[in-house]
Ligand binder design. Structure first.
Ligand SMILES: NC(=O)C1=CN([C@@H]2O[C@H](COP(=O)(O)OP(=O)(O)OC[C@H]3O[C@@H](n4cnc5c(N)ncnc54)[C@H](O)[C@@H]3O)[C@@H](O)[C@H]2O)C=CC1
Ligand SMILES: O=C(O)[C@@H]1CCC=N1
Length: 263
């Protein structure tokens, strides 16, 4: 996810030498430095020295260790903290920092890499208008942003847009396989699938009509689409998607609960 954010920010015009990265993996540091021209450090504290904004982008299971690791420089610098970690509550981070800092929880997704991310944001009460603006400026560089009022709504954002690209990629995999089964060569099936997804997403974004209306426009009475949609509806696609999103939301909530209890 950090690579997506770095790529998006640089594509948006952010100077590479204004971004300081920390990663314990030498390979990852080398790859980020050579690919983006950013400065990479082995120690988190070195990367955040003097920073106005610190973005935390490690696995949730590492959250406590990393927050404690950077608590001392955070206490002196008092930067805005942006966390992209799924299921890590603001209150748990404040506890690990040992001080109350302004925290924005951001839930981006990997299309941020091509500046087409969908990002949900929540601000802790300590974040002032300038902090909100700064978070917006950083995240807007990589996609569309929406603030949510309640921190628990970040779990719903995670289930829809954070994990969402994987749902669409899975659907593309299935479409491509179906195309091959129906006799298309692999490259043709792949390109037709991807362009169809792109075209449908662009139409949905640019049109005033809701997706249901756009679907109806494709569906000729007695035609081919109607037959295909009958198969999806027969398998209760709406219910399947609702159950999948609820499972993702519940996992985010489960992580939040576990991490809230972690000392
Ligand atoms: N992958 C995705 O689509 C999304 C991920 N997220 C969140 O982003 C976070 C990172 O996820 P991924 O990018 O998928 O994981 P990843 O495993 O690809 O990247 C994590 C990076 O953290 C580094 N790391 C490990 N220990 C560290 C430490 N002590 N200090 C600093 N860096 C350390 C690793 O070397 C690795 O480069 C997670 O909290 C996840 O919930 C949020 C939205 C979408
Ligand atoms: O699968 C995950 O846990 C992360 C959070 C959202 C997308 N990837």
């Amino acid at each position: 996810m950090a690579t997506s954010l770095i790529a998006g920010l640089i594509a948006d015009g952010q100077a590479p030498d204004s971004l300081q990265i920390a990663d314990p993996s030498q390979d990852r540091r080398n790859s980020l430095e050579s690919r983006f021209g950013v400065r990479a450090f082995a120690q988190n504290a070195d990367a955040i020295a003097g920073a106005e904004t610190v973005v935390i982008c490690v696995k949730p299971q590492l959250a406590a260790a990393v927050c404690r690791d950077i608590a001392t420089p955070l206490k002196s610098g008092r930067p805005l903290v942006i966390s992209v970690m799924a299921g890590v509550p603001e209150q748990a981070m404040q506890r690990w920092f040992g001080t109350t800092l302004p925290i924005v929880r951001a839930m981006p997704n990997t299309p941020a890499m091509v500046q087409s991310g969908a990002i949900g944001l929540h601000a802790s009460p300590e974040v002032d208008a300038e902090g909100r603006n700064r978070a917006e400026t950083i995240l807007r560089a990589v996609g569309l942003i929406r603030w949510v009022a309640d921190e628990t709504q970040i779990d719903a954002v995670t289930a829809i847009s954070g994990s969402g690209p994987a749902y669409f990629f899975l659907f593309m995999e299935a479409m491509e396989a179906a195309g091959i089964d129906l006799g298309l060569d692999a490259e043709t099936a792949r390109l037709l699938t991807i362009q169809t997804a792109l075209g449908a997403a662009r139409m949905a974004m640019e049109s005033d009509a809701p997706p249901s209306r756009l679907r109806e426009q494709v569906t000729s009475p007695g035609g081919t689409t109607e037959r295909a949609l009958a198969v999806f509806n027969g398998a209760d696609l709406h219910d399947l998607v609702a159950r999948a999103a609820t499972a993702a939301r519940d996992r985010a909530a489960e992580l939040s609960h576990t991490l809230s209890e972690q000392s």
